[in-house]
Write a protein that binds this ligand. Structure first.
Ligand code: HMG
Ligand code: MG
Length: 309
């Protein structure tokens, strides 16, 4: 049964919500980077094609990171060589440094994302850099990417809590984020890498930035707060939300990071709120069920389980 069939009333206060939300689908990158099995390129290509066919228009495809650090995405060049872009769909890739940028340019990408840490420990574990020296790696990468006409997104990880350092000060996140914006990132994605945030903290963090229009949110669902946090962010003016089909994902360098907010859970909520996404939920669920079979385990998404069941 769908939300429409249940006859849910219009939500009170929906005037403060955007009429449309852009879903930044990260399943093929954040999802697959954390799977114990390495998914064959042919399966990844079919996954991307199915995601595009379900109406998603931003598909983060892979990462040009060191292949030893993330073996699951070591096939990035091969993947992009085999990709037939769907009309109107963009395929951003993660790039940490100039070496990654060279590889991404060779593969013909138009959108990249750099990924910074808000904490010292995660900068070291994820990037082999200090909090400060991560910027020395990003600066030439971003300036060369911009000169080549690419669009650059900046991620900030560990925006609310860090498994080694505990709660993260808002000022620390804002400082890292502002530096990425000053470098020329057109959008900042604020990551709750280990899924510990609650809605009041989301509101407080967003209020720390002068311009919400350049912000996106990236919630992992470890503590089941991702949807509530997303709703809080939308009410603060955010209109781009990251999620992964079927709730795949995590981060190999943060053990307590489980899957991202499931795209199906997000679309179910937004459909119910009358917020447009352009996504055909049934087709997306079919895709996640198909991918779950390939991975040999059921999707953790409640909506996938409910609709597929
Ligand atoms: P490093 O070891 O410090 O690299 O790693 P280096 O600069 O010292 O170079 C060492 C060697 O690696 C050199 O080769 C380089 O050429 C090579 P050599 O000269 O010795 O033969 N190298 C590369 N090869 C291929 N591609 C590259 C590359 N860079 C250097 N791009 C590095 C530093 C950043 C590369 C490494 O730490 C790394 O790859 N980290 C990536 C970790 C990662 O992908 N984590 C997951 C993504 S982040 C995430 O999931 C969070 C997010 O979802 C948001 C959230 O949830 O919060 C985005
Ligand atoms: Mg993530």
């Amino acid at each position: 049964m769908g939300a429409r069939e249940v006859g849910l009333p219009d939500v009170v206060g929906s005037g403060s919500l955007p009429s449309r939300v852009t879903i930044w689908e990260v399943g093929a990158r954040d999802g697959l980077q954390n799977e114990s099995v390495v998914v064959p390129v042919s399966v990844k290509l079919e996954f991307l094609a199915r995601l595009a066919a379900s109406g998603l228009s931003v598909l983060e495809a892979t990462s040009f990171v060191h292949p030893k650090w993330v073996p699951q995405l070591a096939d990035a060049a091969e993947l992009l060589a085999g990709l037939e872009p769907a009309p109107g769909v963009v395929y951003p890739v993660l790039v940490p440094n100039e070496r990654g940028l060279d590889r991404a340019l060779e593969a013909g990408v138009s959108h990249i994302a750099i990924f910074a840490s808000a904490t010292e420990t995660f900068a070291s574990r994820n990037l082999n850099r200090t909090l400060d020296s991560q910027f020395e790696m990003f600066e030439p990468t971003v300036s060369r990417a911009l000169a080549a006409g690419l669009e650059v997104r900046g991620y900030v990880s560990m925006c609310f809590g860090d498994p080694w350092e505990g709660p993260v000060a808002r000022s620390q996140v804002v400082e890292v984020g502002e530096r990425l914006l000053e470098m020329g990132c057109s959008q900042l994605s604020l990551g709750d890498t280990i899924g510990v945030a609650t809605p009041g903290q989301v509101e407080a963090l967003l209020a720390g930035f002068s311009d919400v229009s350049s912000l996106a949110v990236h919630f992992h669902d470890t503590y089941g707060q991702a949807l509530s946090n997303t709703l809080a962010a939308l009410r603060c003016g955010v209109t781009t939300v990251d999620s992964s089909a079927g709730g795949l994902g995590g981060c190999p360098y943060a053990e307590s990071a489980t899957g991202n907010l499931a795209t199906e859970d997000l679309v179910w909520m937004l459909d119910g709120l009358g917020v447009e996404t352009g996504v055909d939920l049934d087709r997306l669920v079919e895709t996640s069920v198909w991918m779950a079979e390939k991975l040999g385990r059921p999707s953790p998404s409640r909506v996938v389980r409910a609709l597929a069941g």
